[in-house]
Design a protein around this ligand. Structure first.
Ligand SMILES: *[C@@H]1O[C@H](CO)[C@@H](O)[C@H](O)[C@H]1NC(C)=O
Length: 380
């Protein structure tokens, strides 16, 4: 055998096989590879995108929202605080548990809840109208609720899920505008703009109603995943409170550079049942993360992931410093349930899945769970 042929055998063939294997791996897992590289280096090339000016937040139980407290935050007390109305504008998808916790947390300070819900997903598929179908569960707040159903239809040619999402926010804008005329002309409406799972604390809204913070302020929220057992840091900033004026619109983007520290909770992926996780993971905005790996949807794997506080897609967390990145890769379970929404503690028996030690999920669909819950709710 010639030397050349021997070389071919020992080097060339294995390298062809190795290259082939590498190519296969790269094409199969390109999303995961890209994610790992970009997320692992993120602290070097990226900075947090939220508002940079964070106002220290002062609070103690029973604190009176007076001139002194306003001053601590650098604000003046409103001379006409009685003219201010707090309106909570919520786009509901399916998270009725968090909605109930939210409405109870904010009940003492919110004057009206504006709820918009569609009978289709952002991708135009038919969807249950969870709020309308379970409205009795919220009967305690009925007098404060204004509800609008947004009829959804299959996507038209050229239309994307992003268009539908934008349309949903526009619907909320129109809905709010149409109701502003019901208030006296002297009324100054403060609108909370946040997703259902971004829950501002009641005392934060009391502070913002009492003190003149300007026309718009973001709320920094404690970020949790799966439940209040897994704390990820203070990196949620999209929620905001805005003085509503003619021309205002409903937004979930950065509207200014000022943010009030530690103003509530953001509980992502805080679902009661495993099927809700599967639905969320296969939903439009996360479809690419599955990257063809159907094993990610295995219920047992999802359950383990929830109990260990790991990333649901098996990816690196989005962090802007290596300290945060390491902390989020291997989070420590919280054993404290202090300073959480009060209703969550009062109704702890119904919300075990959101509390430390309650990571075990049920396999039933939401609908079944909600039917089971209903009689309990009606007694309240
Ligand atoms: C939503 O409701 C509207 C009006 O009732 C109806 O025309 C439409 O077909 C429904 N959409 C879906 C996706 O079921």
């Amino acid at each position: 055998m010639s030397i050349r042929r021997q070389r071919l055998r020992t080097f060339l063939l294995p390298s062809i096989v190795a290259t082939g294997a590498l190519l296969y791996f790269v094409t199969q897992y390109h999303y995961q590879i890209r994610n790992t590289i970009s997320y692992a280096t993120r602290p070097i090339w990226d900075t947090a995108e939220g508002p940079q000016h964070v106002i220290p937040h002062y609070h103690g139980e029973g604190l009176e929202m007076n001139e002194h407290v306003c001053q601590l935050h650098g604000w003046k007390k409103r001379p006409d605080a009685e003219n201010y109305r707090v309106l909570d504008a919520i786009l509901v998808s399916s998270e009725l548990d968090l909605l109930e916790i939210r409405m109870n947390e904010l009940d003492s300070v919110v004057d009206r809840f504006f709820i918009v819900e569609s009978n289709a997903t952002f991708t135009g598929l038919p969807k249950e109208t969870y709020f309308a179908n379970n409205r009795a569960r919220f009967s305690k707040f009925e007098k404060k609720i204004s509800y609008r159903l947004l009829p959804g239809y299959p996507l038209e040619d050229g239309q994307t899920a992003w268009n539908v999402e934008a349309k949903t926010r526009d619907t909320m804008t129109a809905f709010l505008r149409s109701h502003m005329t019901e208030f006296a002309p002297s009324t100054r409406p403060l609108v909370i703009m946040s997703d259902v799972d971004e829950i501002p604390s009641g005392h934060t809204l009391q502070l913002l109603r009492s003190c003149d913070f300007g026309t718009s302020i973001h709320l920094q929220l404690r970020s949790y995943v799966y439940s209040f057992e897994w704390f990820l840091g203070f990196n949620s900033w999209r929620a905001s409170v805005n003085l509503w004026m003619p021309g205002s619109y409903y937004s979930h983007r950065k509207s200014g550079d000022v943010m009030l520290a530690d103003s509530g909770w953001h509980c992502s992926y805080c679902f009661r049942t495993i099927p809700e996780y599967v639905a969320k993971m296969t939903g439009f905005s996360h479809h690419d993360r599955i990257g063809g790996q159907l094993s990610l949807l295995d219920p047992q794997r999802i359950q383990d992931t929830i109990c260990r506080g790991k990333d649901i897609f098996g990816m690196l967390p989005e962090a802007f410093s290596y300290v945060d990145l390491l902390a989020q890769i291997n989070p420590e379970p919280q054993v404290s349930a202090i300073n959480l929404p009060r209703f969550l503690i009062e109704a702890a028996d119904r919300f075990k899945f959101l509390l430390p030690g309650g990571c075990q999920r049920t396999a039933e669909t939401t609908a079944e769970v909600e039917t089971l819950d209903a009689p309990d709710d009606l007694e309240r």
